[in-house]
Design a protein around this ligand. Structure first.
Ligand code: GLN
Length: 201
């Protein structure tokens, strides 16, 4: 067998982080700690060979506009619709929704849900809150920074956590969303949950 014909070696699984804007470095570090290879995704080609993709927090309008220009809006949709696991945090949760009750903006539309942006007030209203999460034994401290919430979800979406009526974590078959920022805490349970339950790693 020549070198070219050799089977690719079984290395660590690769998980992408959309790296056009926002909280990228924190996710890179946590993924490394959990034994997967982080890949910063800036172009459609970077999506190939990934076992999952994180769409991080930032500003969803800015991220969405850059994704339109780079072709990543369609690229990520096609990754997802071929079964690729996606996790949207905060701005990523906004982008993942199928509809917004705010002004029009580019959306990925991966999840049957209506999103309210900045649903807890603006920057001054950033806060931390202990959340009960479906499937977690102990509460998880959510860091909320101008976070969205889902007002309503359709069939196929399982609600994982709420604050009152506001849905702050949810999942579908190959998608997870969190309104808060697990990458800004020392608690890796949401990253572990994504890798294990959604990416099947
Ligand atoms: N408010 C931002 C948006 O709607 C999200 C903020 C964040 O990701 N921390 O896009």
């Amino acid at each position: 067998m020549t070198a070219r014909e050799k089977e690719p070696e079984e290395g660590p699984k690769k998980v992408g982080i959309l790296a056009v804007q926002g909280d990228v470095e924190e996710h890179v570090q946590i993924l490394r700690d959990l034994g997967v290879e982080p890949v910063e995704v800036r172009a459609v080609e970077d999506l190939s060979g990934l076992s999952g993709l994180i769409v991080p927090g930032g500003e969803s309008t800015a991220i969405g506009n850059i994704m339109v220009e780079s072709g990543l809006l369609d690229g990520v949709r096609s990754f997802f619709y071929k079964g690729g696991p996606v996790w949207g945090t905060c701005a990523g949760m906004v982008l993942a929704a199928s509809a917004t009750n705010g002004p029009r903006q580019p959306m990925l539309g991966l999840m049957n849900a209506l999103v309210t942006r900045n649903g807890f007030g603006r920057q001054v209203h950033s806060f931390e809150q202990d959340l009960e999460v479906e499937g977690f034994d102990e509460p998880f401290t959510g860091v909320f920074i101008r976070s969205p919430f889902f007002e309503d979800v359709g069939p196929g979406v399982e609600v994982l956590s709420t604050i009152g009526e506001k849905i702050v974590a949810a999942r579908g078959e190959n998608i997870l969303v969190t309104a808060f920022h697990p990458e800004l805490t020392d608690d890796k349970r949401f990253h572990e949950y994504f890798l294990r339950e959604v990416c099947d790693i």
